[in-house]
Unconditional design. Structure first.
Length: 214
């Protein structure tokens, strides 16, 4: 069995629909951030140890050449997934795991210069760390949602609770204060839907072969 982890439903939904009838694959929603991810993966592994674990979802681009919709990855050799990922058009990448969302191009540029990483996200370090601790092969497979030169429409860090869950009331208040951001948020939602579909296509090829493609 392979365990495929996502932080939130928006990242996971297309893959969950595809994998619903596949007994050899299970999905796990960990929640946002390293603390939630570590707690969720430890609980899941205590229940059942998989053969391999994937940490999946969205990432912000740090390397300027990475376009929205590009799938990037790093994989333990034991998984045997690297050739299939490369054949699917995914690119090898270095990841930086941040404590918060990098919301501006300036922040992403500073992270790129400081870390040399290609992409930034918030959960994989915890997931991969627990897997290595328990001797389970793992991989990070992420899709670029926002590019290095792109500012997000809102500071999403301000919309998260202390437990790093999205607070809908804070989002509504932010839109009331800045109604002009609504259009940019809708574009980001469309962008995220397309990115999640692209990620699912790549994961399907890796986990299910050609028959997994929709």
């Amino acid at each position: 069995m392979t365990l495929v982890c996502f932080a939130v439903k928006a990242e996971a939904q297309p893959f969950q629909q595809l994998a619903r009838s596949r007994s050899q694959v299970k999905t796990l929603l960990t929640g946002i951030g390293s603390h939630n991810a570590e707690r969720a993966i430890r609980t899941a592994l205590n229940r059942q140890k998989p053969n391999a674990v994937l940490s999946c979802g969205f990432a912000g681009g740090l390397r300027p050449a990475l376009a929205t919709g590009t799938v990037v990855f790093t994989a333990d050799k034991e998984t045997g997934w690297e050739p299939t990922l490369l054949a699917a058009g995914a690119q090898c990448a270095r990841f930086h795991c941040a404590e918060g969302v990098a919301t501006t191009a300036e922040q992403k540029r500073a992270l790129w210069q400081a870390t040399g990483a290609d992409a930034v996200e918030m959960e994989s370090r915890a997931i991969v760390g627990v897997c290595r601790e328990q001797g389970i092969p793992s991989a990070i497979v992420r899709v670029i949602l926002d590019t290095a030169s792109e500012d997000l429409p809102l500071d999403f860090n301000q919309l998260l609770t202390a437990a790093q869950r999205m607070d809908k009331s804070r989002l509504a208040l932010a839109l009331l204060k800045s109604p002009g951001k609504a259009g940019a948020l809708l574009r980001l939602r469309r962008q995220s839907n397309a990115a999640a579909e692209k990620l699912t296509q790549v994961l399907a090829g890796v986990l299910f072969g050609a028959s997994g493609q929709r």
